[in-house]
Design a protein around this ligand. Structure first.
Ligand SMILES: *[C@@H]1O[C@H](CO)[C@@H](O)[C@H](O)[C@H]1NC(C)=O
Ligand SMILES: *[C@@H]1O[C@H](CO)[C@@H](O)[C@H](O)[C@H]1NC(C)=O
Ligand SMILES: *[C@@H]1O[C@H](CO)[C@@H](O)[C@H](O)[C@H]1NC(C)=O
Length: 229
């Protein structure tokens, strides 16, 4: 895939992103000023509590499956259900990809829990595989799995996060590259716009729908562009 025009678009997107973040930041700091220190401290503790409530229950009752079902305390392997409202072509043998763990990695770093982050990174490095017979929604799998792996990779290679010396050998980047290569099969179309669905093991199904959406085919650029870089 020729990525040079994509790089240009990515840099435009990033410019817009930085501007929005600056704007949000100024809105939040104005609001936070009204909060007062005690209230801010209280909110911080609440956010931590909410995160660990969700994370620890997922790890106890659902991991390494994809998601916790909170009322029954059981799990669902939901990657191939995401965006699949009619639950078409669900795989029979798919055992999950630890989806919630992948999505939690960056939060662990933000909360300063490097021990748990390292444990998660090593588990995924050893155990995660995308060679599974699962038809996934390209957009959902891109933002959640590819995006999760790439941001965790960037955080793991940031010296501030001090993983144990030598323990991180770009394993998450290799997993991301493997996943990205599987995505590429969806782009083999007359227009170059990708199919909305791809089977991770076998590529696009023969009778796959050509229906897609603006975000589904137009917003792959952030993660795929980051992976290319
Ligand atoms: C990190 O996460 C683990 C698992 O939820 C928890 O047991 C531990 O207390 C956390 N450590 C810190 C420093 O918050
Ligand atoms: C891989 O998964 C198995 C089963 O959950 C676990 O026992 C093992 O510790 C995992 N590997 C790593 C490096 O975490
Ligand atoms: C589409 O093709 C798959 C095999 O690739 C088959 O299992 C499925 O039944 C087909 N669906 C329709 C609607 O033809």
């Amino acid at each position: 895939m020729d990525i040079s025009p994509n790089r240009y678009i990515l840099s435009l997107n990033r410019g817009a992103l930085v501007l929005s973040l600056l704007l949000l930041n100024s809105i939040f700091s104005q609001q936070a000023a009204g909060f007062g220190d005690a209230r801010r401290e209280y909110m911080k503790v609440q956010v931590r509590k909410m995160f660990y409530h969700a994370y620890e229950n997922y790890m106890t009752y659902a991991f390494p499956h994809d998601e916790l079902k909170p009322l029954t305390g059981t799990f669902t392997d939901s990657l191939s259900e995401l965006g699949n409202l009619k639950l078409e072509h669900l795989p029979q043998n798919y055992q999950g990809s630890a989806l919630t763990l992948i999505e939690s990695l960056s939060s662990l770093v933000v909360l300063g829990n490097n021990t748990e982050f390292e444990k998660g990174v090593l588990w995924l490095a050893k155990n995660l595989t995308f060679d599974v017979d699962a038809r996934v929604n390209l957009f959902e799998c891109n933002i959640r799995v590819l995006g999760g792996l790439l941001s965790a990779h960037i955080l793991a290679t940031d010296s501030k996060n001090r993983l144990e010396e030598g323990i991180y050998q770009n394993q998450l980047l290799h997993l991301a590259e493997d996943l990205g290569s599987r995505f590429l099969l969806a782009f083999d179309t007359p227009t170059g716009l990708p199919y909305a669905w791809v089977n991770l093991k076998y590529g696009v199904m023969e009778n796959e729908t050509a229906e897609t959406s603006t975000s589904g085919c137009g917003s792959m650029i952030l993660e795929m562009g980051t992976l290319s870089r």
